[in-house]
Design a protein around this ligand. Structure first.
Ligand code: ZN
Ligand code: ZN
Length: 250
């Protein structure tokens, strides 16, 4: 199959690599139909390079169709359409039971003291082949998938893998009180989605950035924005000004 591979600092390429196959009875293989590129992938591009090996397959935001399942997989069948989340989690350990699958005790990489294994994300997270590829092996497949219906375009569901839950969690952890307001610093894909979620939940939302295209995209949805370049202020000034001097909640 073809896959995007890491080849060195600031160097990736599309290469021919072996097709994945079932290795454990709890695995599934999916044919990837779309795959996101993440801001986190940039860390691999440079900063986390020491933890990468030439040939590592990148990517952790796929959607696809199941083409093979291991003998112990119960909830998936060939032909099912799924989004695969970025983390690999067993679904039956203490951390998974607590609702913290990114700390799954079964897959966490103790050698580096990191959390659950992630697809395509360096030795720190298990060096699991990633999803910017034609096929993906999904370990612990019964739990590590989100079922989606056939029909609507991939773009309708792709963000379920990382962008939507990551942004939702950011808003949730901000602990905004009912009727409260929230400042979102940085309007890249996650900040943009966090603005949408916070607005959806009825909060007053103030998006802050200095990139005109990002500000325009968020403002076009009716969200209040602050352009740091226009006001010549620091982010700290903005928070104090917009929260009437009260400490922000996050
Ligand atoms: Zn991501
Ligand atoms: Zn677990």
């Amino acid at each position: 199959m073809k896959a995007v591979t890491w080849q060195g600092r600031r160097k990736v390429s599309v290469d021919e690599v072996p097709d994945p196959r079932i290795e454990e009875p709890t695995d599934a293989i999916i044919a990837v139909t779309s795959s996101g590129v993440c801001g986190s992938d940039l860390h691999l591009y440079e900063v986390l390079g020491p933890y990468m090996s030439a040939g590592d397959v990148l990517g952790h935001e796929p959607i696809g169709v199941v083409v093979d399942v291991g003998s112990e997989v119960r909830s998936l069948a060939v032909g099912d359409r799924v989004v695969v989340p970025f983390q690999i989690a067993c679904g039956h350990c203490v951390m998974c039971d607590t609702g913290l699958p990114t700390q799954c005790e079964t897959t966490q990489v103790r050698e580096y003291g990191s959390g659950a294994a992630l697809f395509g994300y360096s030795k720190l997270y298990g060096q699991v082949p990633g999803a910017q590829a034609q096929y993906l092996r999904v370990p612990h497949a019964d739990f590590t998938h989100i079922p989606i219906p056939a029909g609507p375009d991939d773009s309708r569901f792709l963000y379920l893998s990382d962008v939507l839950p990551t942004a939702w969690q950011a808003v949730e952890y901000a602990g905004v009180p009912d009727g409260g307001s929230v400042v979102v610093l940085g309007l890249g894909p996650i900040g943009d989605m966090a603005c949408r979620i916070a607005a959806h939940r009825g909060y007053r939302v103030i998006g802050v950035d200095r990139v005109p295209e990002r500000l325009r995209r968020v403002a076009d949805r009716g969200i209040e924005v602050v352009d740091l370049e226009q006001i010549g202020a620091s982010i700290g000034d903005v928070i104090r000004d917009r929260t009437d001097g009260r400490a922000p909640t996050a």
